[in-house]
Every structure is written in structure tokens, then in C-alpha cells.
Design a protein. Structure first.
Length: 87
């Protein structure tokens, strides 16, 4: 079987908002790298909910990214970080 090629549009570097840059560093960077760095931050700061691993408990930096929400699930997180990425 042939190895899958990554979608070029998906790998295009995107601008990162100031709020998100406080968490993952300055961009531009492709979306998969943004998500990866976000999870590194979440794990380093023990922000993953202990009971429901799908939830992230935001600290002050992540609340700015999550629109002020204290807890979000990983699927909602994807939607919320999209607002902080632009072409």
C-alpha cells in the first residue's frame, strides 16, 4: 500500500494570534504543529482533567485562547484554536 501524502493545504503555515503565541510560541506554523505544541503545554502544566481525560482545565493563558472558558473538551478545543489561526 502506498504511503499517504499529507494534504498540502493542511500543512500550510498559519499565523498565530498573540493569545495562542503566549502558550505555544510565535508562528507561523502548520495546524498539526500547533495542536502538538498545545498538548505539550497541557501535559507540562498538568491541565488534563484527572477523571475525564477528554477535558482540559484551562490556566490563565489557555482561558484567553478558549474565550474565557475554564474547561473544554478536546473536540471543542479544536474549534476554539481555529479562531486564533489565520492565513
Amino acid at each position: 500500500m502506498a504511503k499517504r501524502k499529507p494534504n498540502a493545504a493542511f500543512m500550510r503555515p498559519l499565523k498565530v494570534s498573540e493569545e495562542l503565541a503566549m502558550v505555544i510560541g510565535k508562528g507561523p506554523m502548520p495546524r498539526p504543529e500547533v495542536v502538538s505544541k498545545l498538548w505539550v503545554y497541557i501535559h507540562e502544566h498538568n491541565l488534563q482533567d484527572k477523571v475525564n481525560k477528554r477535558n482540559v482545565n484551562a490556566d490563565a493563558n489557555l482561558k484567553a485562547v478558549f474565550g474565557g472558558k475554564g474547561t473544554v473538551d478536546m473536540f471543542e478545543m479544536q474549534k476554539l484554536i481555529s479562531k486564533h489561526l489565520s492565513k
